[in-house]
Design a protein around this ligand. Structure first.
Ligand SMILES: [Zn+2]
Length: 167
């Protein structure tokens, strides 16, 4: 694996962000020669590894950036705007489909827990703001792990009402 360095990029959507330049995560080959993959977006270059064929983004936000500046609840809003701009009609239909599935989900989290878990502590990995655990039966105590600081704080307050925690 080649050495990695942190670079600041000026992002249109997020301001200045710290990213780590990286070589192929699979075989370690540097692939910065030649044109990037056509699915690249602004400074996020997608590379096809010439050694092993692995397809990857040649930089990644540093961990602290992921937990705040580029947290899920912010990146999804930015992506929503971008998709509406590039494919207004198909994106509208896709949003409708997701809205329908949201209103009629096949199985809700509390139902799954109820069907498969023993009474006690249950952990939701990537718990968001914790609302997915609403309706959890009293014999379960909700715990959560969430990378976004803002969402983790909301989930923590939410779960504390049930003697649980989120970090
Ligand atoms: Zn490779």
């Amino acid at each position: 694996m080649g050495e990695q360095s942190v670079t600041e990029y000026d992002s249109e959507d997020f301001g200045s962000i710290s990213v780590t330049e990286r070589d192929c995560p699979l075989c370690g080959r540097r692939n910065d020669e030649g044109a990037p993959n056509r699915y690249s977006h602004t400074f996020w270059k997608i590379r096809d590894c010439r050694n092993c064929g692995f397809v990857y983004i040649d930089k990644a936000p540093v961990y602290e950036t992921l937990t705040s500046t580029m947290a899920w609840e912010r990146t999804t809003k930015v992506e929503e705007v971008r998709r509406t701009e590039i494919r207004p009609l198909s994106y509208k239909f896709s949003k409708l489909t997701r809205a329908r599935m949201h209103y009629f989900p096949r199985l809700k989290m509390p139902d799954l827990v109820d069907a498969h878990a023993q009474p006690g502590r249950v952990v939701d990995l990537g718990c968001g703001d914790g609302r997915q655990m609403d309706g959890l039966a009293d014999r379960f105590i909700p715990y959560g792990i969430e990378i976004s600081e803002t969402l983790a704080q909301s989930a923590d307050l939410h779960f504390q009402n049930r003697d649980g925690r989120a970090i």
